[in-house]
Design a protein around this ligand. Structure first.
Ligand SMILES: Cc1cc2nc3c(=O)[nH]c(=O)nc-3n(C[C@H](O)[C@H](O)[C@H](O)COP(=O)(O)OP(=O)(O)OC[C@H]3O[C@@H](n4cnc5c(N)ncnc54)[C@H](O)[C@@H]3O)c2cc1C
Length: 497
C-alpha cells in the first residue's frame, strides 16, 4: 500500500507560529504537514548547552503546541527522518536556515545529503536578514532594512496528517515515539525567563508600554537593566519572535521615541553580528584575525578558570555577575563585556574556554552574536577599539549603592560603599566591624588589577601592531564591515610615515 504524502516543517531556532516563512511555504504547498521539533542528544551534550536551554525550548514547545499540532522527538535528526519515512512519503522539508555552530552545520549537511538520497526536497529560508555564507557587505545594510520592513508572513495552524498507523503521541502528551526526555528539562525554574511565543509578546508589550522609559539610562547598570532593557534576547535567540516582528511593532510605538530608537539599532546590530558568524563560522574556535593565532600567549589555567567561574576572584563586580549569570541566565551587555576583558586581559586567558562557559550560562546563547562579541571584546578582531573594563570603576558608576553586589555576594552584605567596591582595602578593624575577613570569608583579589592588565595589554598591542595582524585587516573589512566603518577605520589609522 502506498504511503500518504506529507511535507515536514522542521522547527529549529524559530519556535513561533507567526511570521514563519517555513510554515507559510508549507501551507502554500498544500499537502498535510508534520510540524516537527527534534531534541538532539548530541547537541544538548555540547559544552555550550545546559539544562536551562532544554527547559526553555520545552516551554516554547508547550506554547507552540497550543496553536500548531506538533510532533517532538528525542533522537538524531537522521534517525527521526528515517522513522517518519517508514510511515509517510516525505515530499519536502521546510525550515529556516540556522546560523549555528559547526555541530549544527555538519548536521544540516548530513540532512541535505539524506534529502538528496531519498528524493526529498529541502527548502530553507533566511531568517532575520542574515544571508548564507555571504563574503562581503556590499549592499547588506539596505537588504537587511528591506527584510525588516517587509510584510509579515501570515501563518495559520496546519493540521497534522492522520497518525493512526504510527502510534505516535503529539506534543505535549509526550515525545512522539515514547522516548523519555531528561526529567530536568520538564521542570520549570522560577529564576529564569519562561520560554514561549506568548511570554515573548508579554515582554515586548511591557517594554513598549513602560519599561523602555529608562532603557538608555539604565542599559549599563547590572541591576536596573534587568527591568529597563527589553529582555527579549532569549525569545529572539530561540525564535519566539522574529527580528522583523520586533522591528515593526516597536516602530509603531508612539511612546519613548529616543530609547526605542536606541533599542531598534540593537535589533539591527543583532543581524550585523549574526552575519559575521554566517560569513565565517570558524570564529567559533579560531581568532577572527588569523594574525593572532598562537601569537598572544594567553594562558589556559584551570585554577583561574575555577575562581572566575565560581565567582571567587576577589573582585566584587566580577563575582556578582558570574554568580548572577549562573543563577538566572542573564547579565546586561556592559557586564558581559567586563567579564570577557577581565578573563582575557586581566587574567590573560584564552578566550575559547570562557566563551564556552558563558554560552552555557546565557539563556539567550545565540552563536552568531556570541562568538563575534567575544572576539570583539577579547581584541582578536584586531580592528575594534580596545576597551578594558575596571571592575571597581564599574561598581562606582553602575552600582553606586552596592545593591547588586550585596545581592549576589552575601559575604559582603555588611560592607558599605565605597569599601564594598574594593574590600581588600579594608583595615583589620573594618573587616571585623563589617563581618568579612578578607582571605577567609571573601577572597583577596586573585591578581593585582593594574599590574596584570598593563602587562597583558602591552603584550597584546605588540601583536596587534605586527604585520601578521595588520595584513589581515583588508580581508576582515571586506567580509565583516559595512563600507562606512571600513572607511572610518582607514581614515583614523592612516599611516603617519
Ligand atoms: C561577550 C558577549 C556575548 C554576548 N552573547 C550574546 C548571546 O549569546 N546572545 C545574545 O542575544 N546576545 C549576546 N550578547 C549581546 C547583548 O549583551 C545581549 O543581547 C543583551 O544583553 C540582551 O539583553 P536584552 O534583550 O535586554 O537587550 P536589549 O538591549 O533590550 O536589546 C534588544 C536585542 O538586541 C540584540 N542586541 C542587544 N545588544 C546587542 C549587541 N551588543 N550585539 C548584538 N545584538 C545585540 C539582542 O537580540 C537583544 O535581545 C553578548 C554580548 C557580549 C559582550
Amino acid at each position: 500500500m502506498s504511503k500518504p504524502s506529507v511535507n515536514i516543517v522542521w522547527f529549529k531556532r524559530d519556535l513561533r507560529t507567526r511570521d514563519h516563512a517555513a510554515l507559510a511555504a508549507a501551507r502554500h504547498a498544500g499537502l498535510p504537514v508534520i510540524a516537527l521539533y527534534v531534541f538532539e542528544p548530541a547537541l544538548l551534550a555540547l559544552p555550550e548547552y545546559d539544562v536551562r536551554h532544554g527547559r526553555f525550548i520545552r516551554q516554547c514547545l508547550d506554547d507552540l503546541a497550543q496553536h500548531q499540532p506538533l510532533l517532538v522527538f528525542y533522537d538524531g535528526m537522521l534517525p527521526v527522518l528515517e522513522k517518519i519515512k517508514q510511515h509517510f512519503d516525505i515530499k519536502t522539508l521546510f525550515s529556516h536556515q540556522e546560523t549555528g555552530q559547526l555541530a549544527t552545520f555538519e548536521r544540516d549537511k548530513a540532512v541535505g545529503r539524506w534529502c538528496k538520497q531519498n528524493g526529498v526536497g529541502w527548502q530553507e529560508f533566511e531568517q532575520d536578514g542574515v544571508h548564507r555564507a555571504r563574503r562581503d557587505r556590499i549592499g547588506w545594510n539596505k537588504a537587511v532594512l528591506r527584510h525588516l520592513e517587509a510584510p509579515l508572513e501570515n501563518s495559520v495552524p496546519l493540521p497534522l496528517p492522520d497518525l493512526s498507523s504510527t502510534g505516535w503521541d503529539t506534543w505535549p502528551a509526550g515525545v512522539a515515539d515514547g522516548a523519555v526526555l531528561p526529567p530536568e528539562i520538564l521542570e520549570d525554574h522560577p529564576d529564569f525567563q519562561p520560554g514561549g511565543e506568548h511570554n515573548a509578546w508579554r515582554y515586548l508589550h511591557s517594554f513598549g508600554a513602560e519599561r523602555a522609559q529608562h532603557y538608555s539610562r539604565h542599559i549599563s547598570k547590572p541591576l536596573e537593566s534587568r527591568r529597563s532593557c527589553s529582555r527579549l534576547s532569549p525569545y529572539l535567540a530561540w525564535g519566539c519572535l522574529s527580528a522583523r516582528q520586533v522591528w515593526q511593532w516597536t516602530g509603531a510605538q508612539p511612546k519613548f521615541k529616543h530609547p526605542i530608537s536606541n533599542f531598534r539599532s540593537r535589533i539591527f546590530w543583532r543581524s550585523h553580528f549574526m552575519q559575521k558568524f554566517e560569513s565565517d563560522y570558524t570564529i567559533e574556535w579560531r581568532d577572527m584575525n588569523r594574525g593572532f593565532d598562537g601569537a598572544l600567549n594567553r594562558g589556559n589555567d584551570p585554577a583561574l578558570f575555577k575562581v572566575w567561574s565560581e565567582g571567587r576572584t576577589g573582585f566584587p563586580m566580577v563575582d556578582a555577575c558570574m554568580r548572577c549569570l549562573k543563577a538566572t541566565g542573564y547579565v546586561n551587555f556592559r557586564m558581559r563585556a567586563m567579564l570577557v576583558t577581565f578573563w582575557c586581559f586581566t587574567l590573560n586567558q584564552e578566550w575559547q574556554p570562557g566563551a564556552r562557559l558563558l554560552a552555557q550560562w546565557f539563556l539567550d546563547f545565540e552563536p552568531g552574536i556570541h562568538y563575534a562579541q567575544w572576539q570583539m571584546q577579547a581584541g582578536t578582531s584586531g580592528y575594534h577599539t580596545l576597551r578594558i573594563y575596571n571592575p571597581t570603576s564599574q561598581c562606582e558608576k553602575h552600582d553606586p549603592t552596592g545593591a547588586f553586589v550585596h545581592q549576589w555576594v552575601p559575604e559582603l552584605q555588611h560592607v558599605p560603599p565605597p569599601l564594598v567596591f574594593e574590600p581588600w582595602t579594608m583595615s583589620a578593624m573594618e573587616q571585623t566591624f563589617y563581618q568579612c575577613q578578607i582571605g577567609t570569608d571573601y577572597p583577596a583579589p586573585v591578581v593585582d588589577f593594574d599590574a596584570a592588565t598593563r602587562v597583558a595589554k602591552d603584550a597584546y598591542w605588540a601583536v596587534r601592531q605586527s604585520p601578521a595582524v595588520v595584513n589581515e585587516l583588508p580581508r576582515l573589512f571586506r567580509r565583516f564591515c559595512v563600507t562606512k566603518d571600513a572607511a572610518k577605520y582607514k581614515r583614523d589609522n592612516r599611516p603617519t610615515d
